[in-house]
Design a protein around this ligand. Structure first.
Ligand code: GLY
Ligand code: MN
Ligand code: MN
Length: 442
């Protein structure tokens, strides 16, 4: 990625490493890159970096490992990576290489990745505890495990304990710094503008898949670096499948189309959903359901403030949905019973939001040991970023639902950052009020 096309500079990544180092005095942490994923024979899927390594370095190449040493003498940070290689680069593109990595990253040492295994024992020796995220890269897992197993008992040197390194990074990543919020705001604006651009073009889309690719093309035209997750474009009853994959099916003109998509910038994801009538007009039945979901969204947003939590937001959402479902004559029990018996879950089966950041479903603080608060009950504080995404999904054969509502699926999703005094909706560039959504088509 060109250095100038970035909002987060290398000094910020260095500050994050320093912050982590303060928490591992006398201990060692190792963060491997994610492996490349084969798609077909010698073809690979687009590379998806390990977001903890990305968070700590901004480096997006496979075959790299970051080592942080909480010692008072010797190097404190070492980056292992592939060196330059003209033949490989001819086929697969430019690598940063050791020399430039040394200049770019304020790490104490840079070594070729091939040296990692042979140097590992020596690195581990002075430490009792290793922080390591098992499962990210099976090949590095094996190297670590071999090193851990190889010493004769009783062990006198090297770590006795492996702790999940995500206990450290998740707590750092949950609260976004100023530059992260800038990156998130930027990518939410790009994604919102692309939604606004695509809405009037839906009429001419040949298929769900065509609409999805048109939207993604707009992301890149507006300066996005990537697509954060598989774009969902779902026409009519396909919208009742939460993660529907866009198909070659043409968009049904009188049906709604649900679009759930997000671009990415320096790894940071946006995640927007809108449900739009390609005809430019909601039918009466569609409008009634839309207004229930919209009311649930507004009720949820009211709960987005410091000190609240995701559980309270979800509860507000569910209570609003129950009220709406009663008005639509779908839930017939009194609200407390509908809530306690989770009668709404047949029509609203997901949570109201998730943390958002370098992962679209961003890391939640791990709930164990000294971290005794479940992530959904963690009091919200400035810098927390998450989605708010109520929906209703009526199966086309569901006889508990009046016939005019069957096959309707609606989700409206906004991305929110908690501020000192409340919350900012980062995705308000796409209208959500029903009449304004209709006007998007014209
Ligand atoms: N796009 C996936 C989600 O909204 O969680
Ligand atoms: Mn989401
Ligand atoms: Mn989404």
């Amino acid at each position: 990625m060109a250095q100038q096309n970035r909002l987060i500079q290398d000094a910020r990544y260095e500050r994050r490493r320093r912050k982590l180092l303060k928490q591992i005095k006398g201990e060692i942490a190792i963060f491997p890159a994610a492996p490349e994923q084969p798609k077909s024979r010698d073809q690979l899927f687009p590379y998806q970096p390990n977001t903890d390594l990305l968070y700590l370095t901004g480096f997006e190449e496979a075959h790299s490992v970051l080592v942080l040493l909480g010692s008072t003498k010797g190097p404190r940070s070492i980056l292992y990576l592939r060196d330059r290689d003209a033949l490989h680069e001819r086929w697969n593109g430019e690598r940063l290489g050791l020399k430039r990595a040394r200049r770019r990253f304020a790490v104490d040492e840079v070594h070729p990745i091939e040296a990692f295994e042979s140097q590992l024992m020596k690195l581990l020796e002075p430490f009792q505890t290793l922080h390591y995220p098992a499962g990210v890269n099976p090949r590095i897992d094996q190297i670590i495990w071999r090193a851990f197993c190889s010493q004769t008992a009783p062990r006198v040197q090297g770590p006795h304990t492996i702790r999940d390194a995500r206990l450290l990074t998740s707590l750092m990543r949950i609260r976004k710094d100023r530059e992260e919020i800038r990156a998130l705001r930027h990518i939410c604006e790009i994604t919102a503008n692309a939604f606004v651009h695509i809405a009037p073009l839906l009429k001419s889309a040949k298929s769900e898949l065509h609409a999805a690719r048109m939207l993604e093309a707009e992301f890149f035209k507006l300066g996005a670096h990537g697509v954060a997750f598989n774009t969902i474009v779902a026409s009519g009853k396909n919208a009742t499948v939460l993660h529907h994959e866009p198909s070659l099916q043409p968009l049904w003109k009188r049906e709604l189309v649900l679009i759930d998509a997000g671009a990415s910038f320096q790894g940071y994801a946006a995640d927007i959903s809108r449900t739009i009538p390609p005809s430019g007009k909601f039918t009466d039945a569609q409008a009634k359901v839309y207004d229930v979901v919209l009311a649930a969204l507004e009720a949820s947003l009211e709960r987005c403030q410091p000190g609240s939590d995701l559980e309270a937001i979800h509860t507000a959402c569910v209570r609003a949905l129950i009220r709406g479902l009663q008005e639509l004559d779908i839930i017939k029990s009194p609200a407390p019973k509908a809530y306690n018996d989770a009668e709404y879950r047949r029509y609203y089966m997901h949570r109201t939001g998730h943390w958002l950041g370098l992962d679209v479903h961003d890391v939640a603080p791990i709930y164990c040991g000294e971290y005794l608060v479940p992530p959904s009950s963690r009091p919200l504080e400035p810098g927390n970023v998450f989605t708010v995404e109520p929906g209703l999904y009526f199966d086309s054969n569901d006889e508990t639902v009046p016939p005019e509502f069957r096959g309707i699926g609606i989700r409206i999703e906004e991305d929110v950052v908690i501020t000192a005094t409340g919350a900012e909706v980062l995705t308000s560039g796409v209208p959500r009020a029903r009449l304004e959504v209709e006007q998007l088509i014209r």
